[in-house]
Write a protein that binds this ligand. Structure first.
Ligand code: ADP
Length: 482
């Protein structure tokens, strides 16, 4: 059938197969690890209690600030909740300089964040800002403060709705002096240094925000069960019965409203199966992990999320390029200094372009190879090889994403009724990678406790701007709790 190149690409692609039997094993193990996480601290799945005990119903009102630190960008926004399931949102988005992510101090990082909040307030809410400064100067006391929801999408140990200490960095961040510190206090202190009229009211995980935003925008339903992110990283948060979160009993300082009998749990599923008992593992996964700044950690995330899919593909392409028995990019001059040979040199958005191009000339793939990797004159066969590998890596990521979803559906018993189960998702990978949901659903149907009937009950919807609106909703809940 095919040339040695395509035969070899196909052979490598098969290493990324993730068949139904393995999905089923993954689900069973996920349920086991999630129960363990609900009972104890320091488990593989952190199952973090968020102290958010209710989801919104769409009638909430007011103007709130929200910021989001969770990956590639820092977002600042103000959210006006209209109280009728709608909202308006003003947003700015700033790329985080690499040097602040992985070197320097927490003070450098948080001062940078506070400065972005200041710039945002000056542009969009200058009146409020200047009134505050004037009152301060004239000694007239505090202007009314903005309540801010701080979306911080890294593992934290939360003690209440607006305090939590950083457990570890993920997604390429590495600022050791922040670990073990209260990230709300760090942000508040940087805000106070700049004399901004802002109170950090709530610590929010973006997945919790996604869940809250979805519940605000789709009221009158049975309520959203799960919020899930497939962006730079991957994680999920879901509504759990309080009596199943047995480790809460040993949290002496914890105080929260028990009237709903539920609490949102932040699963931190990026670290599912760090011990690699059930996750599929190729040589490319293992080498990516060994060369990362957190080996042995976030093993599920390293197979699923945007931060890593491009790097997996790059490593597979390098293996093909180095293989003297096959000709990949043979008409192209590629030096060891070229992007193909640079760690993190390949952005995951390339995979979406490659997967989407089904034309015989593969023009979009050629353009993307040139734009992303400086590879000009790639042949049709080169493009086909890239496509075979891309498809395998993207499909495995989508099928893996079915594992936590199926496990949570089974564990919560939500498929036992006739109700629709609503799931809000966010992130560039689920939004832009072609057929991500279709591949995910195919794997979901293969899980015997879900099957075709279970899959039909699941409604998956993109929850846009979830972290902004969700964070605002949690800031609102927190300010009402006082
Ligand atoms: P974040 O998770 O940082 O808030 P995103 O949801 O946009 O933001 O995710 C960014 C990640 O998604 C990056 O790792 C990037 O490589 C990847 N990405 C960006 N665009 C696409 C795309 N079109 N298809 C797949 N992945 C993408």
């Amino acid at each position: 059938m095919s040339s040695p190149l395509l035969a070899e690409a196909t052979r490598i692609a098969r290493e990324f197969d993730y068949p139904a039997a393995q999905v089923q094993r993954g689900v069973a193990e996920y349920i086991r690890q999630s129960n363990e996480g609900l009972a104890q601290e320091n488990t593989t799945l952190s199952q973090i209690p968020t102290f958010v005990t209710a989801v919104p119903n769409g009638t909430e009102k007011g103007l709130y600030l929200a910021v989001d630190l969770g990956g590639t960008n820092f977002r600042v926004c103000s959210v006006e909740l209209h109280g009728d399931t709608t909202f308006s949102l003003t947003q700015s988005k700033i790329m985080i300089p690499r040097e602040l992510m992985a070197s320097g101090t927490s003070k450098d990082l948080f001062t940078f964040l506070a400065r972005q909040i200041e710039a945002f307030l000056r542009i969009h809410h200058n009146e409020h800002f200047e009134a505050h400064q004037r009152r301060r100067r004239e000694g007239k006391g505090e202007e009314e403060l903005f309540d801010l929801g701080f979306t911080f999408s890294f593992p934290v140990r939360q003690y209440g709705i607006n305090s939590g200490t950083l457990i570890r960095w993920t997604k390429g961040f590495n600022i050791p002096d922040a670990v073990g510190h209260d990230v709300c206090a760090l942000l508040q202190s940087a805000i106070d240094d700049l004399d901004l009229p802002v109170r950090v009211a709530a610590l929010v995980n973006d997945t919790v925000g996604t869940l809250m935003a979805r519940s605000y925008t789709s009221p009158g339903e049975t309520g959203t069960l799960l919020g899930a992110i497939f962006g730079t990283g991957t994680n999920g948060a879901y509504v759990e019965k309080l009596d199943k979160i047995t480790k809460l009993k040993s949290m002496k300082d914890a105080h929260f409203d028990t009237s709903t009998g539920e609490m949102i749990i932040n699963a931190e599923w990026g670290s599912f199966d760090n011990q690699l008992g059930v996750l599929p593992s190729t040589i490319y996964d293992r080498e990516l992990d060994a060369d990362s700044n957190n080996p042995g950690i976030q093993m599920f995330e390293k197979r699923v999320s945007g931060m890593f899919l491009g790097e997996i593909l790059r490593r597979a392409l390098v293996a093909l390029h180095k293989d003297s028995k096959v000709d990949l990019f043979s008409n192209v001059s590629i030096t060891p200094e070229g992007l193909l040979y640079r760690q993190w040199g390949l952005d995951t958005s390339l995979l979406s372009v490659v997967e989407a191009d089904n034309t015989s000339q593969m023009t979009d793939i050629k353009t993307a190879l040139k734009d992303h990797l400086n590879i000009e004159n790639a042949s049709n066969e080169d493009c086909q090889a890239v496509k075979i590998l891309t498809h395998a890596i993207g499909k495995r990521a989508a099928r893996l994403s079915a594992v936590p979803l199926a496990a949570i559906l089974i564990h919560t018993g939500k498929l036992q009724t006739d109700d629709i189960v609503d799931v809000g998702v966010d992130g560039s990978v689920v939004e832009f990678y072609p057929n991500f949901e279709a591949h995910l659903r195919e794997a979901l149907r293969e899980v015997k406790e879900v099957g075709v009937e279970g899959d039909k009950k699941v409604r998956i919807g993109i929850s846009k701007d979830g972290s902004g609106v969700g964070a605002a909703l949690i800031a609102l809940v927190a300010s009402k709790d006082e």
